[in-house]
Design a protein around this ligand. Structure first.
Ligand SMILES: Nc1nc2c(c(=O)[nH]1)N[C@H]1C(S)=C(S)[C@@H](COP(=O)(O)O)O[C@H]1N2
Ligand SMILES: [Mo]
Length: 377
């Protein structure tokens, strides 16, 4: 396997494609959508997303790795390079941490014009209990160079993206890699990490969008210069024009989601409820600052009412928080809208567009038809 080649805008062959006005989702996007599934929004009811309901995003193929012969290399600008087997890692102090993951492309499919990529609506999210060992003590044992700036994490998966052949790799600023809550993870929800979530070992960077949590880890490399691989320099940037560098995608922007109430139409997913009091529930989160409020509108955003937000749980600062409110539903069509705010501000009600459809935390809108006939079959 070749290692990741440093890539810049001028050396990669293809740019992310933007759909033509009115162009529907294509078979290429459908192929990605069937491989990379979202979390059904009714699963917002669980504090911890049950196995198989957590979203999955894999750029290339799930690699074939034998946990018995697998090992992790920790090298680069360190005094003492390390090679660690899974048993070596599991014999170290273990931590279990409840952490939400969200793909940076969540919400992409609703952008106009649509960036052609994994066409997420709003389901690219989940919360799991991850078990692993903190990374910082391993970096300390290896002896990080005082000149170090970034740490590069490379996965065993290999593919081509916009003409660039690569192993999936991401660079993380050293200060983030040294955070005590950054883990090397081998367990998920009390079970071994499943293949699709990065077995035998993945990185966990609480608060950051999904791309930072490198799966199928094989190599950690301390760097004295900024990492310039494709997934940092080209992908995962907030580009608006064709040539601007764009700010890097980092921490998760605030979002609230509503577990769609009532029952759906099979094809349109339109929702129906009976008139009367309806309990609305959902979750809210932010990776950049604590969530301060959740508001709900039942008239398409004209008026807003505060929801009851569960208090922050100090044991789980990077999990989502439940919210609830009661809606006195009158017969007729309604549009429910929810928005979260954190200390840095609320979710936008207009989509801020960028070329790759990254970090779009536009508010969720849920059309609901309220029926006045009594409940029955
Ligand atoms: N090695 C590797 N790590 C990866 C990816 C990948 O394609 N390869 N995808 C990333 C992206 S974009 C996301 S959103 C998360 C998804 O993690 P999950 O599939 O466990 O939900 O994994 C990240 N880690
Ligand atoms: Mo992602």
């Amino acid at each position: 396997m070749t290692t990741t080649q440093p890539t810049t805008e001028s050396t990669h062959r293809g740019r992310a494609r933007i759909a033509e006005p009115g162009e529907g989702i294509g078979l290429d996007e459908l192929a990605l959508a069937t491989r990379n599934h979202g979390m059904p929004l009714e699963a917002l009811r669980y504090d911890v997303t049950p196995p198989g309901l957590h979203y999955v995003l894999t750029h290339y193929d799930i690699p074939a790795l034998d946990p018995g012969s697998w090992s992790l290399e920790l090298g680069g600008a360190v005094a003492r390079p390390l090679r660690l087997t899974l048993d070596d890692l599991r014999s170290r102090p273990a931590v279990t941490s409840r952490v939400l993951l969200e793909c940076a492309g969540n919400g992409r499919a609703r952008l106009e014009p649509r960036p052609v990529s994994q066409p997420w609506l709003l389901e690219a999210v989940g919360t799991a209990e991850w078990t692993g060992t903190p990374l910082a003590p391993l970096l300390e044992e290896a002896g990080v160079s005082p000149e170090a700036v970034d740490v590069a994490f490379t996965g065993a998966d290999h593919g081509v993206e916009r003409g660039v052949e690569q192993d999936y790799a991401r660079g993380l600023p050293l200060a983030e890699a040294m955070r005590p809550d950054v883990l090397l993870v081998w367990g998920m929800n009390g079970m071994p990490l499943p293949p699709q979530h990065g077995a035998p070992l993945r990185l966990l960077v609480p608060g950051w969008y999904g791309m930072a949590h490198v799966k199928w880890l094989t190599r950690i490399e301390v760097l004295e210069t900024a990492f310039t691989g494709f997934q940092n320099a080209v992908a995962y940037r907030m580009r608006t024009g064709g040539d601007d560098d764009g700010a890097p995608v980092t921490r998760i922007a605030p979002r609230a989601l509503l577990a769609p109430p009532g029952w759906p139409d099979f094809m349109t997913r339109e929702r129906f409820v009976h008139a009367g009091p309806v309990t609305l529930t959902g979750r809210a989160w932010s990776g950049r600052a604590p969530v301060t409020a959740v508001e709900v509108s039942t008239d398409a955003g004209t008026t807003w009412a505060p929801a009851d937000l569960a208090p922050a749980d100090p044991a789980h600062p990077h999990a989502w928080r439940a919210w609830t409110c009661t809606w006195d539903a009158a017969p007729g069509p309604h549009e429910l809208v929810v928005r979260a705010a954190d200390a840095e501000g609320p979710q936008p009600t207009e989509a801020p567009w960028n070329r790759q459809g990254m970090a779009n935390n536009l508010v969720q809108r849920v059309p609901v038809t309220v029926l006045d006939q009594p409940r029955g079959r």
